[in-house]
Design a protein around this ligand. Structure first.
Ligand SMILES: NC(=O)c1ccc[n+]([C@@H]2O[C@H](COP(=O)([O-])OP(=O)(O)OC[C@H]3O[C@@H](n4cnc5c(N)ncnc54)[C@H](OP(=O)(O)O)[C@@H]3O)[C@@H](O)[C@H]2O)c1
Length: 267
């Protein structure tokens, strides 16, 4: 079967393309770098010709509030229209567990707009909502980093990251490794459309601040993690359930400690 993976050069896209090709499918890894752009429409009709399934694992190049909303709206509209013209039988998209509870965040308003366009399109679809990737913990730490105090000495005399603190909520989180997300995406891609949402989460629950502290300690990052109930997660205040899946998610196998031990080994 012919499958087009939009965002096929990204973190999940690369892994997904490999899995689908290994299963014997004809896969187009689509991204601006390969001349297929869902914002401008460049290369889209030609890429989709004869495709049975389109998988959208693209992400906005900017996380600025209005840019991310514009990205997911424009990309979603262009892609769904091109799929209707090409007669694509299944649209699969990757979204985030809790998207509808995180709408104080510009990023999640963008993801919500993407999901709403899909559901309203009348096209057969499956949305896989995943929890946060282990691989994204560095990005979460970065987004929550602030100066710890006013530096008394010249910052240049300190190792990088010292004098900075990461402010995070202690909300529960059930993260997952990107390889397990790619496995679940491959499974959903090759299955029938559910015309709804499937949730995916890792096998263990942590406190967000503790998880990031463990990650930074393991990577010898000197930043302190400060537990702060008012700290916002990409603009959204969290309660204990904000990032958790519902009662019956698919559970991915890989445990955080096993991934961390592997990730710490020199390349
Ligand atoms: N991070 C998390 O914890 C998490 C959790 C749940 C769900 N998700 C979702 O997972 C999805 C994939 O994330 P990721 O980390 O794999 O993304 P990523 O590594 O940042 O890759 C983004 C991909 O989007 C492509 N892209 C950007 N602009 C495009 C355009 N105009 N047309 C077509 N493709 C375009 C990029 O292509 P180029 O390489 O050519 O620029 C790249 O292939 C996102 O939608 C995100 O919301 C993430």
């Amino acid at each position: 079967m012919k499958i087009v993976v939009i965002g096929g050069s990204g973190l999940i896209g690369t892994k997904l393309v490999g899995r689908l090709r290994a299963s014997g499918h004809e896969v187009v890894a689509a991204s601006p770098a390969s001349g297929i752009n869902t914002i401008t429409g460049e290369g889209l009709a030609a890429a989709l010709a004869g495709a049975q399934v389109v998988v959208d694992v693209a992400n906005s190049p900017s996380f600025e509030d209005s840019a991310v909303l514009e990205f997911f709206r424009t990309s979603g509209r262009n892609l769904l229209a091109a799929e209707a013209a090409a007669g694509v039988a299944h649209h699969v998209a990757l979204s985030v567990v809790g998207t509808d509870r995180l709408l104080e965040s510009g990023y999640f308003r963008g993801k919500m707009a993407q999901e709403e366009l899909i559901a309203a399109s009348g096209r057969p679809y499956t949305i896989l909502r995943s929890t946060q990737f282990f691989d994204f913990l560095g990005g979460i730490a970065q987004s929550a980093t602030k100066p710890a105090t006013k530096p008394a000495t010249k910052p240049a005399t300190r190792p990088e990251g010292q004098g900075m603190a990461v402010h995070l909520s202690s909300a529960s989180i059930q993260p997952v490794v990107s390889d397990d997300v790619a496995d679940a995406m491959a499974d959903v891609t090759l299955g029938a459309p559910v015309n709804g949402i499937v949730e995916l989460a890792g096998p263990e629950t942590f406190r967000l601040d503790e998880l990031v502290r463990r990650f930074l300690d393991a990577t010898q990052d000197p930043r302190q993690v400060v537990a702060d109930p008012q700290a916002r997660y990409f603009g959204a205040l969290l309660d204990d359930a904000s990032l958790l899946p519902g009662p019956a998610p698919r559970l991915a196998p890989t445990r955080f400690g096993d991934w961390l031990a592997h990730a710490r080994q020199p390349a």
